[in-house]
Design a protein around this ligand. Structure first.
Ligand code: GLU
Length: 474
């Protein structure tokens, strides 16, 4: 362990685990694992109205499901109120914060006025001059207030590990609200206290937080804290280069899980949202390879495109890599409950169909005919220009051969039983009608594999029913 390197993921439990949060978590994880650092998980639940325990549960569950594990935490900001209060008192004592009694409507008028005058709106600092005695009296009388930080008017420059030097003019911010009261800290302040108290050495987070960084640095200076290193990860964009949005894309890990993406496929895909490893010409990388090759200085500044086709391709790859037994476990939550009672059968079907799936949710449709034969058009039984009579006679001969066979039922044995017939009748002429009779599908695995899983009785019943269809058709 490299005890000096400490990173954190600080999700707010205001929704299901978002792709963007998962990416931030994963990059922090890769960074920590590579260097032997510690990965801390901190739940930022100070927004009492929007934070919900069910979202926290969802976030922890899906991080774990993805394979993003943490070394410390989860800490909860709601359990650390005494710590924030202590530092707020320090800021009051230093004269760096003050109570502001401006009402929302007044602030709005002020904002509008500034905009009409062509100035970027910011708080005027009107309440700075209220004495602490007056403030205390007004609070005791029940007047509503918030706590504002006296933002120094200066230039703040920090070195971003991805962007290089980043400069902000803090005089544009005005005095920011950092707490509603001593017991309700707000984001910028709570983050600064926690990053310091938790000895965070590197803050790796989304680009949407970049304008918070100078505010946080100003607060660190006021509190006498050291400043961690910063890395702001590029936004995740859809293929039209628009910010990934709920309206057009699935954005929660839950949705991806429910449509049948495997955790290791998502781990690989999300792990590459914003950089390319230099040492490898393939993008298919295991967790260990991603850790070994991760290099934050290779992360790009430009938005990372979320290419769903690439995810589908990766997922298909990882589906093929799973053993049928492993796959059957994942498939358990996608298939009708009844199917899960036939575990062996499910495993055998999984082994046949795993080549044909991009998502696990496609399995049920691919596998349905094994459990439940659907109606199909008898014309489908006809291979090319064959007549129905020849189709029927070929099927009848197959049925006769299978009917008297009493050896072990298995695809290799069935193949050697039936193949001789194809020499006189033609391959497609025998195998196509047989395959359709067994599956009712225009596309499916081969007839011997299907018959193997269906067993002798069911296979013969299906061939008989195909023959009946052909006779009825006349
Ligand atoms: N709670 C913040 C969020 O969910 C994280 C802020 C940070 O990483 O500093 O966006």
């Amino acid at each position: 362990m490299n005890s000096n390197i400490r990173v954190r993921l600080a999700p707010s439990p205001t929704g299901s685990l978002h792709i963007g949060t998962a990416r931030t978590g994963l990059f922090n994880y890769l960074f920590a694992k590579k260097i032997g650092g510690t990965f801390v998980l901190r739940i930022e639940d100070t927004d009492l109205e929007r934070s919900k325990p069910t979202f926290e549960k969802d976030i922890l569950e899906h991080l774990t499901w993805l394979g993003i594990t943490w070394d410390e935490g989860p800490y909860r900001q709601s359990e650390r109120l005494d710590i924030y209060e202590k530092y707020l008192i320090q800021l009051f004592e230093q004269g760096d914060v003050y109570y502001c009694f401006c009402r929302e409507e007044e602030l709005e008028i002020e904002r509008q006025e500034m905009m009409t005058r062509g100035i970027a709106p910011k708080y005027s600092g009107r309440c700075r001059s209220i004495s602490s005695e007056d403030a205390r009296r007004r609070i005791t009388q029940g007047e509503l207030s918030v706590i504002r930080f006296k933002m120094p008017e200066t230039r703040i420059i920090f070195q971003d590990m991805i962007r290089g030097g980043v400069e902000f003019d803090t005089s544009l911010f005005g005095d920011v609200v950092i707490a509603k009261n001593l017991r309700i800290p707000l984001y910028n302040f709570a983050v600064v206290v926690d990053d310091f108290e938790m000895n965070i050495s590197h803050v790796i987070r989304g680009e949407d937080h970049i304008s918070n960084t100078p505010k946080q640095i100003a607060l660190q200076k006021a509190l006498g804290f050291t400043t961690p290193e910063y890395a702001h990860l590029p936004l995740i964009l859809d293929k039209n280069r628009a910010k990934l949005s709920k309206r057009f894309n699935a954005v929660s890990i839950l949705e991806y899980k429910n449509t049948g993406y495997l955790p290791n496929a998502l781990f690989n895909f999300i792990g590459l949202l914003g950089w390319h490893p230099s040492a490898s010409d393939t993008e298919l990388l295991t967790q260990d390879q991603l850790i070994a090759q991760f290099d934050i200085s290779r992360v790009q500044k430009a938005g990372a495109i979320f290419d769903i086709e690439k995810l589908n391709w990766m997922n298909a790859h990882y589906i093929k890599e799973k053993t049928p037994e492993e796959l059957a476990v994942f498939l358990g939550s996608f298939v009708p409950e009844e199917w899960t009672k036939h575990k062996e059968k499910l495993i055998r079907i999984a082994s046949l169909e795993r080549e044909r799936m991009k998502r696990l949710s496609e399995f049920t449709d691919l596998a349905r005919f094994f459990f439940d034969m659907q109606e199909y058009d008898p014309q489908l039984l006809v291979w090319k220009t064959m007549s129905s009579e020849t189709v029927a006679s070929n099927l009848r001969d197959v049925a006769d051969i299978l009917g008297v066979y009493d050896g072990t039922w298995g695809s290799a044995a069935l193949e050697s039983l039936i193949m001789p017939l194809t020499e006189s009748r033609g391959r497609g002429e025998v195998l196509w009608p047989l395959r359709v009779a067994l599956s009712g599908q225009s596309h499916s695995p081969g007839p011997f594999e299907i018959a193997d899983i269906l067993g002798k009785e069911d296979s013969l019943v299906r061939i008989a029913s195909a023959l009946q269809k052909l006779t009825q058709q006349k």
